[in-house]
Ligand binder design. Structure first.
Ligand SMILES: N[C@@H](CCC(=O)N[C@@H](CS)C(=O)NCC(=O)O)C(=O)O
Length: 300
């Protein structure tokens, strides 16, 4: 008798039920309900802005913005960046859910006013900070519309790159040709959108560097540099030469290099700064903290 089970086509039942084990790599955190799983307050530092995040592309957008604001001299953008380990379920604490009912990083608490202001969704955080400090978002109607169009383009498009292509190409427990084809096509189309745009303008929104670049770079900049899902060759990313030129230019900015390190828990240790509470933290690398013997001698 042959086992045909693996080849039986899936027919959705009348009513969907949750089979946690089918969640693959993210089975431990994915669930079909919202809300907190445990009672725990968030830590609170001394700076006006409290960021609860992780160094994923969505998290990095915000730490780049904060580092850019500080580099421009906006001292009100001083921040504490706390690490939220999503694979361990930190995003389901009562404190985190209070700042983001959607339980996803990044989440920001602005404590500079009489009452704390919570902001969630990376695009909303970028816009909030841009408006608060009057930076990296044009104020005139036409360039502002262009910038916000690209910012919202990113928010709508990246889930096809991450949740669609990345999930089915790299993480799904089985390789499903239909799903990979569908999302590979969409990601290539999106990269072509950017490539055509960047053939005409140095930055995404035009002549100046804005929140649109900060939002798009961690996703699509990493993609064309072959750093995402091991899919550089599969998607032939070297074809998007204008995106690569822009990705390199953005990646050279010192604030981008700092922002990329914050709350980062993967890759070379010298590029990880698990929490950031002071501008000087960048000088004391995570590696030095984990292994004090490797740290340079303290200045006398
Ligand atoms: N649209 C959201 C997406 C945020 C998001 O997907 N965050 C992921 C990490 S990159 C997360 O926190 N996942 C945890 C979970 O799904 O439980 C944003 O841009 O802020």
């Amino acid at each position: 008798m042959t086992d045909n089970h693996a080849h039986t086509p899936y027919v959705p039942p009348e009513v969907w039920t949750w089979d946690q084990a089918s969640g693959g790599r993210f089975a431990s955190i994915n669930r079909p309900v919202a809300g907190a799983t445990h009672d725990k307050d968030l830590p609170r530092g001394t700076h006006p802005l409290q960021l609860y995040s992780l160094g994923t592309p969505n998290g990095v957008k915000v730490t780049i913005m904060l580092e850019e604001l500080l580099a421009q001299g906006h001292s009100g953008a001083e921040y504490d960046a706390w690490l939220i380990r999503i694979l361990e379920g930190d995003q389901f604490s009562s404190g985190f859910v209070g700042v983001n009912p959607n339980s996803k990083i990044p989440a920001l608490l602005d404590c500079s006013g009489p009452a704390p202001v919570r902001v969630f969704e990376s695009g909303a955080i970028l816009m909030y900070l841009a408006e608060k400090f009057g930076a990296f978002l044009p104020t005139e109607a036409a360039p502002r519309a262009e910038c916000l169009s690209w910012l919202f383009w990113q928010m709508g498009s990246a889930p096809y790159l991450g949740g669609g292509f990345g999930h089915f190409y790299a993480y799904a427990p089985t390789k499903i040709e239909y799903a990979i084809n569908r999302f590979a096509m969409e990601v290539k189309r999106q990269l072509d959108v950017l490539d055509r745009r960047l053939a005409d303008t140095p930055f995404i929104a035009g002549d100046t560097y804005t929140v649109a670049d900060m939002a798009i770079w961690p996703w699509y900049g990493a993609m064309v540099k072959g750093q995402t899902y091991g899919a550089g060759e599969f998607l032939q990313v070297e074809a998007y030469t204008h995106v690569i030129r822009w990705a390199d230019a953005v990646g050279e900015r010192p604030a981008v290099q700092r922002g990329r390190m914050v709350n980062r828990v993967v890759g070379p240790l010298e590029q990880q700064l698990h929490e950031r509470h002071d501008a000087g933290d960048f000088d004391t690398r995570t590696e030095d903290k984990l292994n004090p013997a490797s740290a340079p001698p303290a200045p006398t």
